[in-house]
Design a protein around this ligand. Structure first.
Ligand code: UD1
Length: 338
């Protein structure tokens, strides 16, 4: 039961590798180390007692992808994380994002098309919904025009897979639309490693808590929400990782209905930025220095998932709370600054 995890040394990928190995899957990781470190392998091995196979490879190099699949002809499924994910950077470097996030997907699908049967899980994002008209957001909510090239690669990625599945009945695919993944493994041996100034809320909070950043900027407090700050659905990365295992098993067992399916993966609960700050202060026992600043361009007011489909069809449910996730993120931050 060999599973390829592309981007398997990244934040979400590494947590998925752990859950896969815990469930007895053999894992081979492809990662080009552009936003990750080979040290993550040590963390995965320490947690699971098993070292996954690892190939440093850039998936944009098509001949290398072809060779890889020839060598690993026994791959039963692919979980495809390898992609660039910084929204702001994608605006400045659109072609890098389109090449990195879409060419790689195409090359992988071309190899899967050659196989008798194959399974692929794609990392999509709630960003495809933009500001949804109805909350919580179901999978049938309309897809809104993307705010950034990054968001566009997730929309186009889904389309590429859907169109391919229409003509290739040998490929079974599931796209998982993640809400906001946060937190770290309870062992604090793997977690999020943002390079440079964090763009996402939780790493910025934990770095501010550690004194690495002077102050958190809260982007806007006059949104039409209860406390005026934006609302998101923050999901513990370990819960998210387990959703991937559930999705993969669904495909392997042939339980899927149709060869292309989409699921929202979130907690179903929305939290405002102020609520997140309060929860962080509670679990860390310290005050967070923050100030309200202007809104950030492109932010939606509120997004949280209707998880009914994932709960009932995938048989998966998030178990950990916002506080569990924030505590794990805080412990991880302390661990890496030792
Ligand atoms: C962002 C991306 C989204 C992507 C996801 C990946 C944008 C507009 N969206 O989601 O497409 O899939 O990351 O992780 O960038 N906030 C602050 N101060 C900060 C940082 C964030 O107040 O320093 C607020 C934001 O305004 C937002 C919330 O915290 O309301 C969460 O922000 P963030 O962690 O960046 O996630 P998203 O914007 O939801």
């Amino acid at each position: 039961m060999k599973i390829l995890v592309t981007g398997g040394l990244g934040f979400i990928g590494s947590h998925v590798v752990v859950e896969l190995q815990n469930e007895g899957f053999e894992v081979v990781i492809i990662d080009n180390l552009s936003n990750s470190s080979e040290d993550v392998l040590k963390g995965i091995t320490a947690i699971t007692g098993k070292q996954p196979l690892f190939e440093k490879l850039d998936l944009r190099d098509k001949p290398l992808v072809v060779d890889f699949f020839k060598k690993h002809h026994d791959i039963l499924g692919v979980i495809h994380f390898a992609a660039s994910k910084a929204v702001g950077e994608s605006v400045d470097l659109p072609l890098l994002y389109y090449e990195n996030n879409l060419n790689t997907l195409i090359y992988i699908l071309q190899e899967l098309q050659k196989k008798e049967a194959s399974n692929i899980i794609f990392s999509s994002s709630c960003t495809v919904y933009g500001q949804a008209d109805v909350l919580p957001i179901t999978e049938s909510a309309p897809i809104k025009p993307a705010e950034s090239p990054y968001g566009n690669t997730k929309q186009i990625g889904e389309e590429i897979i859907k169109d391919t599945c229409k003509v290739s009945s040998n490929i079974n695919a599931i796209a998982l639309r993640y809400f906001n993944p946060i937190g770290a493994h309870e062992s604090v041996k793997i977690g999020e490693l943002p390079i440079g100034t964090p763009q996402n809320l939780i790493p910025f909070i934990t770095q501010t808590g550690m004194g690495l950043r002077e102050q958190l900027s809260v982007f806007g407090d006059d949104y039409p929400t209860e406390d005026g700050t934006c609302i998101r659905d923050y999901i513990h990365v370990v819960d998210l990782a387990k959703a991937h295992v559930a999705a993969l098993k669904r495909l392997i067992n042939g339980d899927n209905s149709g060869n292309y399916e989409v699921f929202n993966i979130g907690t179903g609960k929305g939290s405002s930025v102020i609520e997140v700050i309060n929860a962080f202060e509670e679990v860390s026992g310290q005050k967070l220095n923050y100030k309200i600043v202007d809104k950030r361009a492109g932010d939606v007011i509120a997004a949280f998932a209707d998880t009914t489909k994932a709960n009932n069809v995938l048989g998966w449910k998030s178990e950990l709370s916002l506080k569990d996730a924030l505590l794990s993120a805080w412990k991880w931050e302390q661990e890496i600054r030792k």
